[in-house]
Design a binder for this molecule. Structure first.
Ligand SMILES: [Zn+2]
Length: 314
């Protein structure tokens, strides 16, 4: 099962554009059991891009597989990760480096990636999940990136779940943002790495595969899109949850916090474009839920988008 979805989201600089194309097979698609997902891009940095989803040949036709759908629903709604202990603060600090170069983006993202791995290991282990699977991190400047999930043109942040998972970070987009607003570039890169790592958590917990099963089982495009939004909003919630847990150390304060709040409030589906990531107000809602989650018993439990009513995942 190979899937790639990709959406460029514009709205950050008052421009909105996104493109979404479902059902176009990627020639290099392979590796059964693989799912991938790609993410919001801050605008004004990219041309509107084409999104692609590969529908695996073995995917059940829409509306079938009710037994699978039922069990998949249990996985996404009552996952053990929701009752696991809070994410412990990694006590990792933000790397003080210019993001003007790919090397800078690499240094910044690598540290965060390692810290995410350590912090998420606690709730993963407690939930009985594989917690020593560190996804690979690829920071690239390519206009096309070949992944085990297929080849993606003009890639945004991307996660491919094959072979333990790989996170792809498009350095050129961060570099371009840095030239406009360095603080926003830091916030964006932090959010992006955390969001893709959130997809890794979904992969390790079975949520991603179960969500894709549900998506295929739903018969309407509207239901499929809502399922996509639940997955994406949860990944952003997980991203914010890590940063919230570590806020004293990173630190998430001052201008960086302001930029982060602006970012999460403006990311999301834009009018006239694919409704696959969630409206900005809901992106803000779930990001806030994640960021403040340490005040409750669990962290991941605050990110259960799969039991939220449709209005919260619109
Ligand atoms: Zn995503």
């Amino acid at each position: 099962m190979v899937n790639l979805s990709r959406t460029a989201l514009r709205g950050f600089a008052g421009v909105a554009a996104a493109a979404f194309l479902a059902g176009s097979a990627l020639p290099n698609a392979s590796a059964a059991g693989t799912v991938g997902t790609a993410d919001p891009v801050i605008p004004a940095l990219q041309q509107p891009t084409v999104a692609a989803i590969t529908l695996p040949a073995e995917a059940p036709p829409p509306g079938t597989g009710l037994t699978t759908k039922s069990s998949a629903t249990n996985v996404v709604q009552y996952n053990r990760i929701y009752k696991s202990p809070p994410i412990t603060p990694s006590k990792c600090r933000e790397v003080n480096v210019s993001l003007r170069t790919a090397a800078g983006v690499q240094a910044y993202a690598s540290k965060l990636w390692t810290c995410l791995y350590a912090a998420w290991a606690v709730p993963l282990k407690a939930g009985g999940f594989a917690y020593k699977v560190k996804p690979k991190l690829v920071v690239h400047t390519s206009s096309s990136v070949a992944t085990y999930c297929g080849t993606v043109a003009n890639p945004t942040g991307l996660y491919c779940s094959a072979r333990g998972g790989t996170i792809y970070i498009p350095a050129s987009q961060i570099i371009a943002q840095w030239k406009q607003n360095p603080t926003m570039a830091r916030a964006w890169l932090s959010q992006m790495v955390g969001h893709e790592y959130g997809h890794h958590i979904q992969n390790m917990t079975g949520i991603m595969a179960a969500s894709y099963q549900r998506r295929y089982a739903f018969s309407t495009n509207a239901a499929k899109l809502e399922e996509s939004r639940r997955l994406e909003l949860q990944a952003s919630c997980f991203s914010a949850a890590y940063l919230g847990a570590d806020k004293r150390y990173y630190p998430m304060s001052g201008g960086l916090m302001t930029a982060f709040n602006y970012l999460v409030t403006h990311m999301g589906d834009q009018p006239g474009h694919a409704r696959d990531h969630g409206a900005p107000k809901n992106h803000a809602f779930w990001s806030t839920m994640g960021f403040n989650a340490k005040h409750t018993y669990t962290v991941a439990g605050n990110c259960n988008t799969y039991r939220a009513s449709s209005a919260y995942v619109a």
